[in-house]
Design a protein around this ligand. Structure first.
Ligand SMILES: NC(=O)c1ccc[n+]([C@@H]2O[C@H](COP(=O)([O-])OP(=O)(O)OC[C@H]3O[C@@H](n4cnc5c(N)ncnc54)[C@H](OP(=O)(O)O)[C@@H]3O)[C@@H](O)[C@H]2O)c1
Length: 182
């Protein structure tokens, strides 16, 4: 049977879900859950980029093929990259390739903290199985073609939160919140 992308996501959500406490999602969303358009981000938030670098450096990153291709200079320094793609035989410099979500999880192994860094298709498959969520909420709605799945906040406990005003380096006001699964 040939599965479409949507059925892959459905397949994952229908499976009995094991929570991977060493895997975290890191994402920035607009008020309407928008995360991207034309394979690009929707905003420039200098502080959010610095925070992303600080949190993820030295760790393993898991991402979809489109998100990898959206990185302006390819693999990010000092981080292990696992790129999920169905395209057989394709490789990217500095990356390990996984053909499925399960293979990506297996490759990540027991790394202390692995970050799922996008995009929409990959977040949809991981949201139900990660132990931690680093959420940047941007206080604006955006026209977009890629969205984060709806978050059921009853399943998550806030452990840290910090707000940033808009300014020269940050286009929009936003809040960083760290959640752990209840
Ligand atoms: N706001 C944020 O924090 C944030 C973060 C990251 C990305 N983004 C944005 O998100 C957008 C990209 O997201 P996207 O949804 O288009 O793409 P994506 O999730 O980055 O990548 C999708 C690709 O990953 C592969 N894939 C996904 N699930 C798979 C599975 N179960 N098995 C095998 N391969 C699988 C497929 O690659 P193949 O087609 O090669 O099979 C698929 O086409 C961009 O606009 C980007 O800027 C935003």
């Amino acid at each position: 049977m040939i599965r479409t992308r949507t059925s892959k996501e459905q397949y994952r959500s229908d499976m009995e879900q094991k929570i991977h406490h060493n895997i975290s999602i890191i994402v920035a969303i607009g008020e309407n859950y928008a995360i991207g358009k034309d394979n690009r981000l929707l905003w420039h938030l200098s502080d959010d980029l610095k925070r992303f670098k600080k949190l993820t450096t030295g760790h393993t990153l898991i991402m979809g093929r489109n998100t990898f291709l959206s990185l302006p200079n390819g693999a990010l320094p000092n981080r292990r990259h696992i790129v999920i793609s169905d395209v057989p035989g394709e490789t990217f410099d500095g990356c390990e390739m996984a053909r499925s979500i399960d293979q990506a999880i297996e490759l990540a192994g027991n790394d202390e903290e692995c970050f799922v860094i996008g995009g929409g298709m990959v977040y949809a498959q991981f949201l139900g199985i990660v132990g931690k969520l680093y959420l940047t909420q941007v206080y604006q709605s955006f026209k977009a073609d890629t969205f984060f799945p709806e978050i059921d906040f009853r399943q998550w406990k806030t452990i840290r939160s910090e707000s940033v005003e808009a300014g020269e380096k940050n286009e929009y006001p936003h809040t960083y919140t760290e959640f752990v699964r209840i």
